[in-house]
Design a protein around this ligand. Structure first.
Ligand code: ZN
Length: 243
């Protein structure tokens, strides 16, 4: 395929909640593992505007034409041709995710500290790890809990090529979820990262009850979510931005 484009076969493992972006399109950041065992970030994907037969789920293989993302130095970042997305087989969760683990765990790293160190050295910016201990799941009100007028304007814009798509308004999640945890390394100062993956609505509505405590305002909460074509949700070493 010309000009750096190639067909990638990708097992989708991450899909973030959509956000308004500056070109009049709501986008999700999506990541997965390629058939040759490497992480890949696919962005932007206007997921809710895809044809129904293109709307993949997590742990489903897809095939898509992609090329390295311009202006994004992260080694896993690719842009894609939306109309080439083709859904393939779904990997089930039988036997405690055995088939999924076989595909994902070879990429496992020892800690977030290790992944962060790698990233600072110009290496990978996506990773999977198991925290040594999780100290808290903090659920705080989003600030603001609604779209700003500017964001609403972006969401109302007609998306070229998707004029016939359903335009059910995108709801903003009114709360933010952050995990606090530590790695096994003695040098770990602890981490506090935001969870921005897609959450079932029922879980969201019950989120304060699931956390076992009322929603509290965090002094350290960001005052504004970050929008745009720089996908922040998967920057694994930046507290508050991890998906
Ligand atoms: Zn750490």
């Amino acid at each position: 395929m010309a000009n750096g484009w190639s067909t990638k076969r990708v097992l989708i493992t991450v899909r973030t909640y959509p956000v308004p972006a500056h070109r009049g399109i709501e986008v999700s950041c999506t990541a997965g593992v390629t058939s040759d065992g490497n992480w890949i970030r696919l962005f932007p994907i206007p997921y809710r505007f895809l044809n129904p037969d293109q709307r993949f789920t997590k742990y489903q293989w897809i095939e898509v034409d992609a090329t390295r993302a311009r202006g994004d130095a992260r080694p896993e970042s690719y842009t894609l041709r939306i109309d080439t997305i083709r859904r393939c087989e779904l990997i089930g969760s039988a036997q405690q995710w055995r088939a999924r683990k076989d595909l994902i765990l070879p990429l496992r790293r020892s800690s977030l500290c290790e992944i962060a160190s790698d990233r600072k050295a110009g290496g990978s910016t996506l990773g999977i790890f198991r925290p040594a201990s999780i100290t808290r799941l903090a659920i705080t009100p989003a600030k603001p809990p609604y779209w700003t007028p500017q964001e609403e304007n972006l969401l109302r814009q007609q998306l070229l090529g998707f004029e016939t798509a359903s335009r059910t308004p995108l709801e903003k999640i009114p709360v933010e979820f952050r995990y606090q945890f530590r790695c096994a390394e003695t040098t770990c100062n602890g981490h506090r990262i935001m969870c921005t993956r897609l959450i079932p609505l029922a879980a969201l509505q019950d989120s304060d009850r699931h956390a076992g405590r009322p929603i509290k305002t965090s002094r350290n909460s960001r005052t504004q979510p970050r929008f745009g074509f720089d996908p922040p949700a998967l920057d694994i070493d930046q507290p508050g931005t991890t998906g």
